[in-house]
Design a binder for this molecule. Structure first.
Ligand code: FAD
Length: 289
């Protein structure tokens, strides 16, 4: 591994200033679990790493809001999210997804901001946050802005984050009246990277599905919202017929990619089966908050 500068800013403003450069070998570093793998394999050779540890405590809070929503600091570890009483109460689907995300050693150090910013379409958390209607708060040299999690990813390992920008927080809207589920389908061990991830959130009213947010990941170039499948559900009773119609629409609308975990045809079959299962789980197991 080549030498590089490791800096420890004491404030968010200092971190942003250290990242505000044309040199694309300068990167922020939170848990380091993804960065270290890229450095060990030579995919990434940094000139400077801006370690966020000293400002971590100021951006790691997890708190339920009075409106039924939730705020998660970008420097919260995945373990802190998994065990947070507020997360378990407001959005238990997040805590559930953590149980099969990597392993406890990774979750103990990996942070929410690094998990989202890495842009890997195989990550388990981004589709869950997108289905919950999450938004990320971003701070950078030009000030602050917000982006919906579903719009954070611009391509394979690509995000819309600009030069010097840091994710500081994830905010979820009220989950009252919504039920959610996440299904991770692996082709090797249970906690392996998914061949397919499907996250669903439904709001039912008057005996029908009033709103739906459906998201697929891992089998696609980037996390993708399933607008056609959502349209197939809205206004329908939450039953097997509607779920089958949504699964057909999902397979028809999304471009699935072949990789080491299976062909595109295989992923289409996984999507058809797991979307129906996720919808049934959201209806049958999901506690309405
Ligand atoms: C053995 C192993 C198994 C794994 N299995 C799974 C799995 O099954 N499912 C899954 O979802 N994930 C899995 N992962 C991936 C893991 O979830 C990620 O490596 C981790 O979440 C990244 O977070 P981090 O804090 O370590 O990021 P880092 O490695 O610190 O950073 C990742 C990227 O984000 C940037 N960055 C960091 N923080 C910020 C910020 N606040 N704002 C903007 N940019 C930032 C960095 O510059 C870098 O580009 C696995 C990882 C390992 C090592």
């Amino acid at each position: 591994m080549r030498g590089f500068e490791l800096v420890h800013p004491g404030s968010l403003a200092e971190a942003i200033a250290l990242l505000d450069t044309d040199d694309d070998r300068v990167r922020p570093f939170s848990g380091g679990t993804a960065l270290m793998l890229m450095m060990k394999t030579g995919v990434f050779r940094p000139s400077r790493l801006v370690h966020l540890g000293r400002i971590g405590a100021a951006h790691a809070a997890i708190a339920a809001g009075p409106n039924g929503g939730l705020r998660i600091g970008a420097m919260a570890t995945l373990t802190a999210v998994e065990h947070s009483a507020d997360v378990i109460r407001v959005a238990p689907v997040i805590a559930g997804a953590m149980k099969r995300l990597a392993n406890v050693r990774v979750r103990n150090v990996a942070c929410v901001g690094g998990n989202l910013a890495h842009g890997d379409p195989h990550m388990d958390l981004p589709p869950v946050l997108a289905a919950l209607g999450g938004r990320v708060a971003i701070a950078g040299p030009q000030g602050t802005r917000e982006v919906a999690v579903e719009h954070l990813f611009s391509g394979y390992y690509e995000t819309v984050l600009g030069r010097g920008e840091l994710i500081t927080e994830v905010e979820l809207p009220s989950q009252r009246g919504w039920t959610s589920a996440y299904l991770k389908c692996t082709t090797r061990s249970a906690d392996d990277w998914p061949a397919l991830g499907v996250a669903v959130s439904l709001r039912r009213a008057g005996g029908v599905i009033a709103e739906a947010r459906l998201v697929v990941s891992a089998a696609t170039e980037k996390l993708t919202r399933l607008a056609g499948a959502e349209a197939a559900l809205v206004g329908a009773a939450a039953d097997g017929t509607a779920f089958a119609r949504a699964a057909d629409a999902a397979v028809a609308e999304v471009e699935l990619v072949e990789d080491a975990r299976g062909s595109a045809d295989y992923k289409a079959q996984l999507l058809r089966v797991h979307l129906k299962r996720a919808l049934a789980q959201a209806v049958n197991d999901g506690a309405v908050s």
